[in-house]
Design a protein around this ligand. Structure first.
Ligand code: 5SP
Length: 217
């Protein structure tokens, strides 16, 4: 499978969100990455359900919704109804992760688990068969434009081993500080999906930047 690219609209121009979504629609991107921050789980507030719905109204690519919130179970259905195709919850925010994953799947969405930089991939072993996508955070969640954490490569490699050992079909997504320099290394370590915010939206030609990321294979 070719690498998948998920531009993060957190770095887009919110005053021209429709235009930004239309750019992603005509690009080679695979998903639209939607970052939901509650100001509790992470020290920042982004946007919520109505904005996700508005994005979905114009989107022609699946919405990859990353919930950086406490009590995610309370909002799963609302995000499904707002258009989410993939819902990722944080390992650190779930007391009953297995139950939460079943809840996401019952809604008809793909179930993702995001892990903070300090969280070991080993903790996912017993639940890996139930996870469609693991989002390895390569920055501390909460803000776009941060520096990529180098330890991520080792985490990707180890998670890939676990997935193979267990015979799972889980995809590995990397989120935070992704750019043209680390993308090829992440890909060879085993990454399937690359989230890119600032690198895409701060570039002179976002369409071309997405194309370049897509070509790293
Ligand atoms: O979830 C997050 C941040 O918490 C990410 O999705 C960022 O939005 C990625 O942005 P860049 O690091 O690529 O600017």
């Amino acid at each position: 499978m070719p690498v998948k690219i998920a531009p993060s609209i957190l770095a887009s121009d919110f005053a021209n969100l429709q235009k930004e979504i239309e750019m992603i629609n005509v690009s080679e991107a695979d998903y639209i990455h939607v970052d939901i921050m509650d100001g509790v789980f992470v020290p920042n507030i982004s946007f919520g359900i109505p904005v996700t719905e508005a994005v979905n109204k114009h989107a022609k690519k699946p919405l990859d919704v990353h919930l950086m919130i406490v009590n995610p179970d309370q909002y799963l259905e609302a995000f499904k109804n707002a258009g989410a195709a993939i819902i990722s919850v944080h390992y650190e925010a779930c007391t009953h992760l297995h139950r939460t994953l079943q809840g996401i799947k019952q809604l008809g969405c793909k179930a993702g688990v995001a892990i903070n930089p300090h969280t070991s991939v080993e903790l996912l072993k017993d639940v890996i068969m139930d996870i469609d996508l693991v989002c390895i955070m390569s920055v501390n969640p909460g803000f776009g434009g941060q520096k990529f954490i180098e330890n991520t490569y080792a985490k990707v490699k180890r998670l890939k081993e676990i997935i193979i050992e267990k015979g799972a079909e889980t995809e590995i997504e990397i989120d935070g500080g992704v750019n043209e320099n680390n993308a090829p290394l992440l890909r060879s370590a085993g990454a399937d999906v690359l989230v890119a915010g600032s690198f895409v939206f701060s570039s002179a030609d976002p369409l071309d930047t997405i194309k370049k990321l897509k070509k790293i294979d």
